[in-house]
Design a protein around this ligand. Sequence first.
Ligand SMILES: Nc1ncnc2c1ncn2[C@@H]1O[C@H](COP(=O)(O)OP(=O)(O)OP(=O)(O)O)[C@@H](O)[C@H]1O
Ligand SMILES: [Mg+2]
Length: 305
Amino acid sequence: MTPIPVIEVSRLTKRFGDLVAVDGLEFSASSGEVTGFLGPNGSGKSTTLRAIVGLNLPTSGTATVNGVNYRDLAYPLRHVGAFLDPKSLPKRLRARTYLRILATSNDIARSRVEEVLDFVGIASVANKRIDEFSLGMAQRLGIAVALLGDPEVLIFDEPMNGLDPDGIRWIRQVFSSLAVEGRTVLVSSHLINEVATVAHRVVVIGRGRLLAQGTVDELTVRIDAAVAFSSHDNEGLVALVRGRGGTVTRSEENSVTVLGLDADTIGQLAMEARIVLTQLVTLRDSLEDSYFELTEQSLDFSVGH
Ligand SMILES: Nc1ncnc2c1ncn2[C@@H]1O[C@H](COP(=O)(O)OP(=O)(O)OP(=O)(O)O)[C@@H](O)[C@H]1O
Ligand SMILES: [Mg+2]
């Protein structure tokens, strides 16, 4: 199945008074994939997701699902399932009652309520009032709400919040299986490691702007990766590397580390000078380092430097 862009955010801008929460944002999320939507606190993730499901109106630009605005869907829950905010659950209702109300108003069979309750593992507590739920139970109920209409598009805002490690593993499996079924899954997080193992692609934003999008691997090497080499003439190759604008960040007996040139270029320089290379590797930053480097310029709240 070829991934097809389903959620499309195009030149999306959202202002709150003087504050530009989302600033010309452009990205898409495709069918059959889990797309991780990443950014530090306050970077505009929730504002963007709310725009996609019609909970706020863009100042300019568009956010569509299959080319239409969420608000124009007759039975939205049957096309787009979203869970954005545990606080938006109606606290005084029983979980089962709430799902039944949603099912009725979206013309969904009542039997589906029991199916989703079983699936998220809260059937035995579904007669409790939602205000008696733990955060983890509320997250599971939110996922049940999103899945209720068997939609082809699923949107979750920080769904791992409040889940224990077992719950996090479970939710990753849920996302993967939804994507395998060909659905489009968009999941926000401010922690890259939460989504790295499950996301096919990630979109990283900072201060409402797109910083990067691509596969997790692409994100890891995108950032000025260092290259290490050893050769029969390290001094000679260092001179050539410097001549090409590379910076030597470490030079040990046997290995030289360079920033600013990729491995291809260094290999080419060595070949042209007939210097025998004995080692040439791209040193990957850890994913978390890359993410941090990418977003640190756009942190709203930074601690002590
Ligand atoms: N209704 C609103 N009125 C005014 N400002 C708002 C409103 N909603 C969001 N903002 C502001 O917009 C910016 C982006 O907020 P948003 O909630 O989208 O960030 P986020 O990436 O979801 O952050 P977090 O990781 O903390 O959930 C913040 O500065 C926030 O204070
Ligand atoms: Mg948020």
